[in-house]
Design a protein around this ligand. Structure first.
Ligand code: A3P
Length: 282
């Protein structure tokens, strides 16, 4: 499979996790060993599970519904993806700092006062979204093949950040920690306003209070955090990778009945005894 090819052609394993070659070991190590500030907020996800959306929501809450900055500036400077950027950019940021990472929870830098928002999404849609993301950057990802090939890698966990289910189980295991908020993409879709309030409460009661007292700001946050227009901006470096359809169930347009059954089986093996599948129902 292409997964095997990748293993042979790359020794980009850090702490036992496979990273595509654009990730530098030094950056990852620096993230793992960084000391978070008390008021830092981390969005922690497996790739394609709602990182960007949650980042927008948090930025909007912190900035009281202000117009959304261009995606490039938001995603590279204001809420950097640490795994790729490294920690240098973090040093000059003003508090409260907002970060994104796909590291499995055990490797995310810890501080008991720091807040971590873990977002999960059903593995079917995640797989399809991941496929288009990798294909969209095929010059660096090496993924230019069919969905069938990617599916085989995904189901075996031979993709960037390793096994989807292992990552999820780690986040889920900590879902009741006081400094973790565990939510699903599907839940956010079903009740975006409720989730904005939930996130506001989590990052600070004062944020919740201000939204409860100011319906207009809440409406602005709701509107701005769902923006998808950057996709059409030709100056935008990140284009389609982060903004595609943003729907639930697109997998039905991609999975064969056999693939569906195999991923369901895998899911059963990996998540048995957890209530996770019911959470994706929103
Ligand atoms: P699709 O590829 O299914 O459209 P991530 O941000 O973790 O990379 O996840 C990307 C997925 O979230 C993509 O899913 C993308 O379209 C969707 N997404 C990005 N921004 C969003 C937003 N503001 N609201 C809802 N979904 C969003």
């Amino acid at each position: 499979t292409s997964g095997e090819k990748k293993e042979k052609s790359s020794n980009n394993y850090i702490h036992g996790i496979y990273f595509p070659s654009i990730f530098k070991k030094e950056n990852i190590e620096n993230v793992i060993s960084m000391k978070p500030r008390d008021d830092d907020i981390f969005v922690v996800t497996y790739p394609k599970c709602g990182t960007t959306w949650m980042t927008y929501i948090i930025w909007e809450i912190l900035n009281k519904g202000a117009p959304l900055p261009p995606a490039n500036s938001l995603l590279f400077q204001l809420a950097p993806f640490l795994d790729l950027s490294g920690t240098e950019v973090a040093e000059t940021m003003e508090s409260p700092r907002l970060f994104r990472t796909h590291l499995p929870y055990r490797l995310v830098p810890k501080n008991p006062s720091t807040k971590y928002v873990y977002v999960t999404r059903n593995p079917f849609d995640c797989c399809v979204s991941f496929y288009y993301h990798m294909k969209g950057m095929k010059h660096i990802s090496g993924v230019s093949g069919s969905f069938e090939d990617f599916f085989e890698d995904f189901i075996l966990g031979k993709v960037g950040y390793g096994d989807y289910f292992d990552h999820l189980k780690e986040g889920y295991h900590h879902r009741n920690d006081p400094n973790i908020l565990f939510v699903t993409y599907e839940g956010m879709k079903q009740d975006p306003k409720g989730h904005i309030l939930k996130v506001a409460k989590f990052i600070g009661e004062e944020h919740l209070k201000s939204l409860q007292e100011n319906e207009e700001i809440l409406e602005m946050i709701l509107k701005n955090s769902q923006v998808f227009t950057d996709k059409a901006d030709p100056s935008n470096q990140i284009k389609v990778d982060f903004f595609r359809k943003g729907i639930i169930g697109d997998w039905k347009n991609h999975f064969s009945p056999e693939q569906k059954e195999r991923l369901e089986q895998r899911m059963k093996e990996k998540l048995d005894g957890t209530e996770i599948p019911s959470l994706w129902e929103g």
